[in-house]
Design a protein around this ligand. Structure first.
Ligand SMILES: CC(C)(COP(=O)(O)OP(=O)(O)OC[C@H]1O[C@@H](n2cnc3c(N)ncnc32)[C@H](O)[C@@H]1OP(=O)(O)O)[C@@H](O)C(=O)NCCC(=O)NCCS
Length: 176
């Protein structure tokens, strides 16, 4: 499987339905525009039987980091850090859920951010989890920020270790 950049001429964005209006609407109305302005990048996984059908997508960008929301040991360690990689959105169409595509998209997004961090240098990856998806991210090794349960993080160091070992992440020695 391979993810490719969203192409509005190729992909049927209107057909996509993950059950969350905000995520459907973002793909339909905003993702392409934001990419054209270099604000975000959206990658999709196509259905190999019907290439214009989108199985799932994720959107990547950078975000500012409030160190006060990190556990104390990480605050100290990353005191010079001001920005982080962000998985701004990730969703699988309802017709394709529970077949491992969410896991595949998450790992694919982490590989891309890890690769970007080798060039521009940042220490954390953050996800904004929709209600009901927090446990999905925790399963793969993400931890809650203090006081913001729907915002989770994982260090690049932990991701590097996890992806270096096996694809199933989460069972790794945490930095904190
Ligand atoms: C959350 C979502 C991405 C999961 O996609 P999926 O393709 O069904 O997930 P997978 O089949 O790859 O599941 C991988 C593992 O995560 C688990 N999982 C899936 N969704 C989960 C959830 N909401 N909470 C906890 N665990 C979850 C699965 O049980 C599976 O575990 P297992 O291998 O031990 O059985 C998908 O349901 C979705 O798009 N939901 C709506 C949008 C959303 O909430 N997006 C995320 C936040 S922005």
């Amino acid at each position: 499987m391979i993810s490719i950049i969203l192409d509005k001429k190729r992909h049927n964005r209107k057909r996509f339905d993950c059950g969350v209006d905000a995520l459907n609407n973002y793909l339909c109305l905003m993702a392409n525009q934001q990419s054209a302005r270099d604000n975000t990048r959206t990658f999709v996984l196509e259905d190999i039987n019907q290439l214009n059908h989108i199985i799932g997508y994720y959107t990547l960008t950078m975000t500012s980091l409030d160190l006060n929301h990190l556990p104390k040991p990480l605050q100290k360690k990353h005191k010079n850090t001001q920005s982080a990689g962000l998985i701004a959105r990730l969703a699988v169409d309802k017709r394709y859920i529970k077949q491992g595509f969410g896991e595949w998209l998450l790992i694919d997004s982490l590989k891309k951010l890890l690769s970007a961090s080798e060039t521009v240098g940042f220490t954390l990856i953050i996800v904004d989890a929709k209600e009901g998806a927090i446990e999905f991210y925790k399963k793969f090794g993400f931890s809650n920020f203090i006081d913001t349960p729907d915002k989770l993080y994982m260090t690049i160091a932990d991701i590097r270790k996890s992806l270096g070992g096996c694809l199933r992440i989460g069972v790794v020695a945490r930095e904190s």
